[in-house]
Design a binder for this molecule. Structure first.
Ligand code: F2R
Ligand code: MG
Ligand code: MG
Length: 362
């Protein structure tokens, strides 16, 4: 059942995953002991605060900057308005371009500002010789859409997610990744917490949503003549080259959740990079894995485990952690989020306000 606690949990969780994860973004292999020390330090510094003192905040990055625009637009327009959302993304980027945006997405914002096209999807479609970006920028910002569309159901959420993604990311895998992420937050909000989380069933529900999209894309790619631009990407790992890679990875997770699988296996099989296909599955896995105790992460808080584990996967740590924590917060609720972590991160109060406003939209 959706409550203010779960709405707040999702948006605040996503902010924390971004701010804490950003410490390690693109650092290559991350040592779990370093992540544990980072969060321990947050807690110690918070305890040491004297009355009236505040901590120096860990800054949020593009993941949160864009999620804030998604939330602000849905609230201001009382639903999805593509022009308004594209304008907010563009204005936000030009106001604070140094929030760690992806290498190519700035060109989309520049074109949206300069040309003000009637078709706001056009600049994104032109990226990468017409392939569109396969980056995870569509997925990393999408949690507020799951909150905003909760009452309206999956078909509406899917349409809205696809369009929000296509403003900057038109590659099929970027769009599917965004739908996978918004679906995972949506399902996490709906799970009954008084019952055990059935992780295989959660994965089956995700597969049910993503399979038709991958099937349709596969059909299209089989019909595509070879001299037109192919939407396929050069794959870094074998698991990205199978015919329906998201479904393949979601199925694989069932097996991984039953045993203690190493971080390097997860990196190899699910990914930890800047692409949507190489990061959204890792986020889903982090959320589900952290539901139970993880060797080496000695905390009873499953919310904390989610962020610590997601960051320990290395690679695109802010984005994997923001997406995983968006799911975890939606499931465990705001009360599960440590005060010390909240007091250490920029953007928490705004996230709480957006959660309230999005709940009032329902
Ligand atoms: N940009 C970063 N991190 C870089 C390092 C930051 C570090 N903290 C530092 O300051 O040094 N993080 C952010 O970017 C990711 C989201 O990126 P988004 O929005 O998807 O961007 P973009 O530009 O569309 O894609 C990213 C890169 O992917 C490659 N790429 C995408 N599609 C491609 C295609 N069809 N063909 C070839 N390459 C493609 C390009 O290299 C793009 O530049 C998040 O991690 C966020 O946190
Ligand atoms: Mg970022
Ligand atoms: Mg990132």
């Amino acid at each position: 059942m959706a409550t203010l606690s779960r709405f707040r949990g999702s948006l605040v969780g996503a902010v924390l995953g971004d701010c804490i994860g950003a410490i390690y973004e693109c650092e290559g292999n991350v040592k779990l002991k370093d992540v544990l020390k980072t969060v321990k330090d947050l807690e110690t510094n918070f305890k040491k605060l004297k009355d009236g003192e505040k901590l120096e905040l860990l800054p949020f990055t593009d993941d949160t900057a864009m999620a804030r625009s998604v939330a602000a637009s849905l609230v201001a327009k009382k639903g999805f308005d593509v022009k308004d959302m594209a304008k907010r993304f563009t204005d936000e980027f030009h106001l604070e371009p140094n929030r760690g945006y992806g290498g190519s997405v700035g060109a989309v914002f520049a074109a949206l500002r300069k040309d003000d096209p009637d078709d706001v999807f056009e600049p994104a479609r032109k990226q990468f010789d017409g392939q569109g970006s396969y980056g995870n920028g569509g997925a990393m910002r999408i949690a507020p859409a799951a909150l905003g569309c909760l009452k309206q159901g999956f078909e509406k959420l899917k349409t809205v997610t696809v369009d929000i993604s296509q403003i900057t990311h038109s590659h099929p895998q970027a769009i599917q990744g965004a739908v996978l992420q918004s679906s995972a937050v949506d399902l996490a909000l709906r799970e009954d917490q008084s019952e055990q989380l059935d992780r295989d069933r959660f994965l089956d529900k995700l597969i049910e949503r993503i399979k038709p999209m991958e099937e349709e894309e596969l059909k299209k790619s089989k019909e595509t003549v070879t001299d037109s631009p192919s939407p396929k990407r050069k794959a870094k790992r074998k698991s990205d080259t199978v015919e329906m890679p998201y479904c393949h990875k979601l199925e694989k997770m069932k097996e991984f959740l039953r045993k203690d699988v190493s971080v390097s296996t997860i990196e190899e099989e699910l990914g930890n990079d800047i692409s949507a296909l190489g990061s959204v599955p890792a986020a889903v896995y982090s959320f589900l894995k952290a539901y139970k105790k993880i060797p080496g992460i000695e905390t009873d808080s499953a919310f904390k485990r989610t962020i610590i584990y997601a960051i320990s996967l290395g690679g695109d740590t802010d984005t994997i952690a923001t997406m995983a924590a968006g799911m975890a917060g939606a499931y465990y609720g705001y009360e599960a989020i440590p005060e010390s972590w909240q007091a250490s991160c920029e953007g928490v109060e705004d996230a709480k306000k957006f959660a309230q406003d999005l709940l009032e939209l329902q």
